[in-house]
Design a binder for this molecule. Structure first.
Ligand code: G6P
Length: 606
């Protein structure tokens, strides 16, 4: 998805902007551009990579204030002209924009009637013309931006330059993130902290409706009614090194491999041996309130939704509270019934997914109590929720989620333990779960050691036109995420089904050309699962079983055996070999593993 970087200070802006844009490459984009101010605006923009842009920027491209952008096409094809920044006709104002202006056509018609000449097909260009018209009247860039934005319907994160005010950048946010970075006599802004951490750890997140003016010596923030707002800077603990591949061939493999450590970080300081409970200080709820919920509703998108399904199962089993998960993108549009005795939990790695954020806002508006399970500290969803659990998994760069998915499932185990232990979960069961959780990091190491075997299996199965993934009850969300991972990064069609439902339809698909990956944990449903394997094999289907015991060769062609934990926690471990499977299938098929086609890391538009 699009990225924004802005700089104002004593240094040459272009190298800083290009570096920042490089850090945002992982979000996915198709074109890039920069503009600096130095006795007028100097701009370069190209369809292609940031490296192509860097090659197009001449040595004389000097200026100590500037803005840059990576674009992911929405209105108009990827092209040099449609790339951002966009300039006003007098070349006084430059704008970069993330998000979508919904009334762009109407504004464009009015501006054209007023003499504006549009060069691009983008919705963004209307902003440049609108701001240029008001800046002449108000002689204040921030006021001009504020007035222009009043006429706009839609979502935006923007950065604006005015050639007549070379010491200033104005940024604003509505639905699309903008973070300010505070340096030594210099200021930065970006749509993602990834672009800032090389320069500063002191950041300020803008709220929706807020606007900020950045100068080398500081910044001011304003609400949409022009009132000045007070902001406390936050220190981010993510470092530039987190954004390197660290010697791995891909971010995805690095992030899969980090999981012993990231899971340990999600657990750190949260397990209490004395009472066999979980301490989750960020929930902001006392025991009485924690007991009062009669239902848990979990929302998230993509992999976050699937980890929510694992979470719902954990909460039902350990706390005996009815729980279910639903895609946030569906939930927000169906006018959900919001009840006071339901605990809502929103999940997001980025904390910026627009559908999830909008669902949280809708819930809050209706008086719902919402917790967030979020990886990015200070992100929009984290700020919007009443309390929550941070994953502490470090930044996730590869588009497909792995370590955040696993850490979310672990956070749900902690939440389920917490909710269970104020209800009927016995101290003995509490101890069993605490010990199981503590064993996870070492068991993940054992699973990672299976990589050569998983690679061989992935290469064996990767040329199938389609792969079925099945699992029962606890295994079903694992199967769904396994199928999702494979589709996303290898483009092999994969379908996930509850193993119990296979005979009610999809069994018709099974044959020698459609293998099945079956999640078969050693639990009370083992026999039922083995029966399903028999049904698949009887139709000539090949079976790769992922579980705890080698199956009879009559039931499975291949078995991947992972360490056993407590039955409730096994899904957390069973998902990890499927991440490696998808990764090696994608590598075997020579896919762009970290940046799969058509996808973005965080989807900040509707
Ligand atoms: C996008 C990504 C997915 C991710 C989903 C939710 O679709 O491609 O990998 O699971 O967004 O992202 P979030 O940041 O809210 O967890």
């Amino acid at each position: 998805m699009c990225g924004i970087v802005a700089y104002v200070g004593p240094k040459d802006a272009a190298p800083i902007l290009l570096e920042g844009l490089q850090r945002l490459e992982y979000r996915g984009y198709d074109s890039a551009g920069v503009v600096v101010s130095n006795k007028g605006l100097k701009m370069r923009k190209v369809k292609g990579r940031v490296a192509d842009l860097a090659a197009a920027v001449p040595a004389r491209f000097k200026g100590t204030v500037g803005i840059g952008h990576t674009r992911w096409a929405t209105h108009g094809v990827p092209s040099d002209v449609n790339a951002h920044p966009h300039l006003s006709n007098d070349e006084r104002v430059a704008v970069v924009h993330n998000g979508i202006i919904e009334n762009a056509d109407e504004l464009r018609a009015k501006l054209e009637a007023d003499g504006a000449v549009f060069l691009s097909e983008t919705d963004t260009e209307v902003l440049a013309h609108l701001i240029a018209r008001t800046v002449k009247e108000t002689d204040s860039l921030e006021e001009a931006v504020r007035l222009a934005l009043k006429r706009v319907v839609g979502t935006y994160g923007i950065a604006v330059l005015d050639a007549e005010r070379p010491g200033e950048v104005v940024v604003a946010r509505n639905g699309s993130p903008i973070v300010l970075g505070i340096g030594e006599k210099e200021m930065f802004a970006a749509s993602d902290v990834a672009a800032l951490v090389r320069y500063t750890r002191q950041v300020v997140h803008l709220e929706d409706g807020e606007l900020a003016v950045l100068r080398a010596d500081g910044f001011n923030t304003f609400a949409s009614d022009a009132r000045e707002t007070a902001k406390e800077p936050l220190t981010v603990d993510w470092e530039a090194a987190h954004y390197d591949t660290g010697g791995y061939e891909h971010y995805l493999l690095k992030e899969i491999s980090e999981q012993p450590d990231t899971v340990a970080r999600t657990l750190r300081g949260r397990l209490d041996e004395r009472f066999n409970v979980a301490h989750l200080g960020g929930l902001n709820m006392d025991a009485r309130e924690t007991r009062s919920f009669r239902r848990v509703k979990i929302i998230g998108c993509g992999s976050a939704y699937y980890s929510g399904q694992i979470g719902a199962q954990l909460i039902e089993e350990l706390a005996r509270i009815p729980a279910d998960a639903e895609p946030a993108s569906e939930f927000r549009y169906r006018n959900p019934v919001v009840e006071a005795d339901t605990l809502y939990v929103a999940i997001s790695q980025s904390g910026e997914t627009y559908d999830t954020l909008a669902a949280v806002q809708e819930l809050k508006r209706k008086g719902g109590r919402v917790l967030g399970i979020v990886n990015t500290v200070g992100s929009a969803i984290a700020r919007e929720c009443d309390g929550g659990v941070y994953l502490h998994a470090g930044p996730e760069v590869s588009v497909a989620s792995t370590k955040a998915f696993t850490s979310t499932a672990v956070a749900f185990a902690l939440l389920a333990l917490h909710l269970g232990r104020v209800r009927d979960l016995s101290p003995a069961d509490g101890r069993r779960i605490c010990e199981g959780l503590r064993a996870l990091p070492d068991q993940i190491k054992e699973i990672l050691a299976l990589e050569p075997q998983v690679k061989e299996l992935a290469e064996k199965y990767a040329d199938s036109p389609s792969i079925m993934f099945v699992g029962r009850v606890r295994g079903y969300p694992v199967a769904r995420e396994g199928a999702q991972k494979l589709k996303e990064i290898s483009y092999v069609h994969a379908e996930a089904y509850p193993a119990s439902e296979l005979k009610h339809g999809p069994l018709a698909l099974i044959g020698p050309e459609m293998p099945t990956v079956a999640i078969v944990p050693d639990d009370e449903l083992l026999d039922k699962n083995l029966t399903t394997l028999g049904e698949i094999r009887a139709r000539g289907g090949r079976v790769l079983m992922v579980g705890h015991r080698v199956a009879d060769p009559k039931l499975a062609d291949d078995c991947l055996i992972v360490p056993k934990n407590e039955v409730e926690l096994d899904p957390i471990l069973l998902g990890i070999p499927l991440q490696l499977f998808a990764y090696h299938a994608a590598v075997a098929l020579e896919r762009d593993v970290d940046k799969p086609r058509n996808l973005a890391k965080s989807v900040t538009v509707e």
